[in-house]
Design a protein around this ligand. Structure first.
Ligand SMILES: C[S@@+](CC[C@H](N)C(=O)[O-])C[C@H]1O[C@@H](n2cnc3c(N)ncnc32)[C@H](O)[C@@H]1O
Length: 284
């Protein structure tokens, strides 16, 4: 152990600023890692022609574009994100899609003149609210009565070896205090009783939750162990904490990650590590 990381350093919640820019810098790799989860989310949602859909925390807007293919030109998709950098990228990608638009706003408080919408989807964009009870109450007001929401949320870190094994490497070099499991961040909704309580409080009913389990390519499909280690340290919060512990610590962690990823490397596919996600739907 050479240093203690500030747990706030590991949350990576500054989506309106640094975290949004980081996601943009590595956007193809992030999106490549979670593409199968977006496909599963949209298949389960079963969006119909003509529906009007909100994509919550849309990032670079790939799921917004996929949803717009389901609604067809009679429907419309609004991508909503707090990061101005990601909204710029989403708009750039959607220039030829007249039924897709984007707005940069905090979903916790945004008011939409053209609400209510029929649907809301979100791939990993719903777990970052400081007050999720208030935020989901606001979201409930944006969906018509009986309209459906579909969320992809991470299951617990212990069920996500890609995160546990990365953290294991980081923790062998720096001391990382365990965060509050409900603190805003990727794993804030791992406790399904907590999520059900938030949804019920906000006015949603009939929650239906199914597990998704698969493998994700760290650093995107086809990455080598070295490329995957570069990606993990450059894009994830543990990278910054390790860098702050000094160049030697960072280099040793990089070397350990390359060894770990070498064991998980599948030629032609990349560094494949198991994941677990909850696909959740409910009615407004
Ligand atoms: C893990 S990224 C997922 C991006 C995108 N859904 C995807 O799957 O490619 C989380 C997204 O949620 C957005 N986000 C976080 N808090 C938000 C908020 N309060 N309001 C709107 N968007 C938010 C972030 O800016 C980021 O784009």
């Amino acid at each position: 152990m050479t240093a203690t990381a500030d747990p706030n350093e590991l949350k990576g919640e500054d989506w309106a600023g640094e975290m949004g820019r980081k996601w943009l810098t590595h956007i193809d790799l992030f999106e490549g890692m979670i593409a199968p989860i977006g496909d599963a989310l949209l298949a389960r949602a079963g969006i119909a022609q003509g529906e009007r859909v909100i994509d919550l925390g849309c990032g670079g807007g790939l799921t917004s574009l996929a949803a717009a293919r389901a609604t067809g030109p009679e429907g419309a998709v609004l991508g909503l994100d707090i990061s101005p950098d990601l909204i710029d990228e989403a708009r750039r990608r959607a220039t030829d899609h007249p039924n897709v638009s984007f707005i940069c706003a905090d979903a916790a408080t945004v008011a939409l003149d053209d609400a209510p919408y029929d649907r809301l989807i979100s791939r990993f964009g719903s777990m970052f609210f400081a007050d999720p009870y208030a935020a989901f109450t606001n979201l409930h007001g944006l969906i018509r009565s009986g309209g459906r929401i579909d969320l992809a949320i991470w299951a617990a870190p212990r069920d996500n070896p890609w995160m546990m094994e990365l953290m294991g490497v980081a923790r062998s070099h720096i001391d990382i205090p365990s965060p509050d499991p409900r603190a805003p961040g990727p794993f804030a909704f791992a406790d399904l009783d907590y999520v059900r309580d938030i949804l019920a409080h906000a006015g949603f009913s009939a929650p239906d939750i199914e597990p998704y389990q698969g493998e994700q390519a760290i650093g995107g499909p086809g990455a080598t162990p070295d490329e995957a280690a570069d990606f993990a340290l450059a894009s994830m919060a543990i990278g910054r904490a390790l860098a702050e512990a000094g160049a030697d610590t960072l280099a040793r962690a990089h070397s350990d990650l390359v060894s770990l990823f070498g064991q998980r490397h599948v030629p032609g596919k990349g560094v494949m590590m198991a994941n677990k996600v909850w696909l959740l739907s409910a009615r407004a």
